[in-house]
Design a protein around this ligand. Structure first.
Ligand code: G16
Length: 545
């Protein structure tokens, strides 16, 4: 059988964003669109030829069709072996684990993460490299450049494969191994946590616990880990059936989209511990009775208590956080004399630090935390980490752990305000207003706070010295506060403006105030500087986390 070459012309806008190429499903369904991007990956990643590729996705609408197309193209492009998750399912952290465990040269992960699915929803594809992590900017740029000149793709004419059973099949000489999507991942997590202690905690009748898979990819993973391996009752995992449209919901684990879980746990105090994960299983939201854990705090608490968990008992090398993530982790790093790094938004920026052994834990304000066990953020890993901490500290609750943490390291009040689907020009103009004002800001005040620095964040990777500029506007008031503004790189409709607010409080007597009330002066300042509400005609943000 010889491959067919199909002539195509380039599609505009195939530039990967913060995490791969994300577009509306109907954009991806244009004839040749998916193929143009995938062929650009194969054309630029020479070591895939004759190598192993991992393939899977979050099960959203178009996942199965895309996988069949990619299989036929991979065979025509000389890939020797493909590992594909059964039913086309692989969570993002599981894909990372599989790439690493099987020594694959890379992986294609089909997901638009927390974005809605279904025929009118979003689809996405990202290329992960041999370390299991998202491709670096130089790799995605090479892929993008290729998409601008692509003139053909290679494919075999071949029938759809059966992906619903673990099996070994072939397309021409390429081996297609349909693997259990959970096995490798569950085996890896078992090496990190004290499953006996977590099992004992979960079985305690007074420990009311729930995990919401949001009808997304983590259902099968949560059932295996939490119910089968850790003995949680069956009703502890809800919305566990992955659906192509996520049940019509937004698979984004935050107070707005996991509203019921939030209400039951934080507002009504009916659960002691609750968590949720997103479309592709890399995000996590942690809730305790009467309290929500800010993702930035979560990273800091995990770092401060890591040695209580078997996989990290020998200590951690260091921590990293994305620039807009609060400096709660920095306070821990300073207190425990750990290395600490500030990177641009995007998990890909942690890869070099993890590979070089400079950090062990990393995290982001966007509900992402993980460690060196994979090269992606990992939702269920974070859930097990929190459960392990609670199990290792009998008598403690999520609230008491946070309280003790703030007393020791101070509290970083934190909130992100999102303005979604803003007209692109309006959003750009608002940020430009702030950008223009940056040079004049140091020395001026926000109420009692003195601005000490203001810049457009640029990052030099400490390992490969690559430079990334234009990574977000930041206004810094020493250690006391920060206001940050940037455009999201993951939206598919208009522009999403993200405003991030952080305020430090060292006095335990003032560490339990209302977050929005405390950051209000910073919010007012952001509006004065950007004019965003006025220009976009909004009365407030669409989502507050
Ligand atoms: C992706 C990236 C994260 C980033 C998040 C939000 O997460 O992997 O690093 O923090 O998007 O990015 P932005 O602020 O540009 O929208 P995910 O879960 O969507 O893959």
């Amino acid at each position: 059988m010889s491959p067919r070459e199909v002539a195509i012309t380039p599609f505009e806008g195939q530039k990967p964003g913060t995490s791969g190429l994300r577009k509306k499903v109907n954009v991806f369904r244009q004839p040749g669109y998916l193929e143009a991007f995938v062929q650009s990956v194969f054309d630029t990643q020479a070591d895939l030829r004759g190598g192993t590729l991992v393939l899977g996705g979050d099960g959203r609408f178009f996942n199965r069709q895309a996988i069949q197309v990619i299989l036929r193209m991979a065979a025509a492009n000389g890939i020797a072996r493909i590992l594909v998750g059964r039913a086309g399912i692989l969570s993002t952290p599981a894909a990372s684990a599989v790439i690493r465990r099987h020594g694959a040269q890379g992986g294609l992960v089909l997901s638009a993460s927390h974005n809605p699915g279904g025929p009118d929803g979003d689809f996405g594809i990202k290329f992960n490299v041999g370390n299991g992590g998202p491709a670096s900017e130089s790799v995605t740029e090479a892929i993008y450049q290729r998409t601008t000149r692509i003139d053909r793709y290679r494919v075999f004419d071949y029938h759809d494969l059966d992906l619903d059973h673990v099996s070994l099949q072939h397309i021409n000489s390429m081996a297609v191994e349909v693997i259990d999507p959970v096995d490798d991942y569950a085996a890896l997590l078992e090496t990190l946590f004290d499953f006996d202690a977590i099992r004992a905690l979960i079985r305690r009748p007074d420990f009311r616990f729930r995990f919401d898979a949001m009808h997304a990819v983590t259902g099968p993973y949560a059932k295996r880990l939490l119910i089968e391996m850790l003995g949680a009752p069956h009703d502890a995992v809800i919305n566990a059936e992955p659906k192509e449209d996520f049940g019509g919901h937004h698979p984004d684990p935050n107070p707005a989209h996991a509203e019921e879980l939030y209400r039951e746990t934080v507002l009504e105090g009916r659960l002691d511990f609750a968590a949720a994960s997103d479309g592709d299983g890399d995000r996590n939201m942690i809730l305790g009775k009467d309290i929500a854990v800010s993702p930035s705090d979560s990273l800091a608490v995990l770092a401060a208590n890591a040695t209580l968990v078997p996989g990290y008992a020998k200590g951690i090398a260091g921590v990293a956080r994305s620039m807009p993530t609060s400096r709660a982790a920095d306070a821990v790093a300073a207190g425990l004399e750990l290395a600490c790094f500030e990177t641009p938004t995007g998990w890909k920026f942690f890869g070099n630090l993890l590979d070089a052994g400079r950090i062990t834990l990393c995290g982001e304000e966007s509900y992402g935390t993980s460690s060196a066990h994979v090269r992606e953020k990992d939702g269920l890993w974070a859930v097990l980490f929190w459960l392990n901490l609670l199990a290792a500290k009998p008598g403690e609750t999520v609230a008491s752990l946070l309280d003790a943490h703030w007393r020791r390291f101070g509290r970083h009040y934190y909130s992100r305000h999102d303005y979604e689907a803003v007209d692109g020009k309006v959003a750009a103009a608002a940020l430009q207003r702030l950008r223009d004002a940056l040079p004049g800001l140091p020395g001026s005040r926000i109420g009692e706070l003195v601005i000490t620095a203001a810049d457009d964040f640029a990052y030099t990777d400490p390992i490969d010295r690559s430079v990334s500029t234009g990574q977000g506007l930041r206004v810094v008031c020493g250690e006391q506060a920060r206001v940050i503004a940037r455009l999201s790189g993951t939206g598919t409709e208009g522009a999403t403006v993200r405003l991030y607010f952080e305020l430090f409080e060292s006095d335990p007597a003032h560490q339990h105030d209302d977050v929005q009330a405390r950051i209000a002066p910073l919010v007012d300042f952001a509006e004065r500087m950007t004019g965003l509400r006025a220009a976009s005609g909004r009365s407030g943000p669409d989502v507050v986390t």
